[in-house]
Design a protein. Structure first.
Length: 72
């Protein structure tokens, strides 16, 4: 993931964003470790097997990426 982000920012991206189910704790931990910040929540955005799940929106700006000296 670090390689993909580095490549994106090197090619002129100023922002990378993603969405993840709130119940996906492992993915959320990874995204936070990579420097992504939670920017919003879409409540009850998806219903799977009769259960609702929120969707979290995360974003990472090029300035935040370049300011992080140590990456996982």
């Amino acid at each position: 993931m670090a390689s993909a982000l580095e490549d994106a920012f090197r090619h002129g991206f100023e922002r990378v964003e993603l969405e993840v189910f709130a119940s996906n704790g492992a993915a959320i931990a990874l995204y936070r470790a990579m420097g992504f910040r939670e920017e919003g929540r879409m409540r009850r955005a998806c219903k799977i097997d009769g259960r609702y799940d929120d969707v979290l929106v995360f974003g990472l700006l090029v300035e935040e990426w370049t300011a992080t000296p140590v990456r996982p």
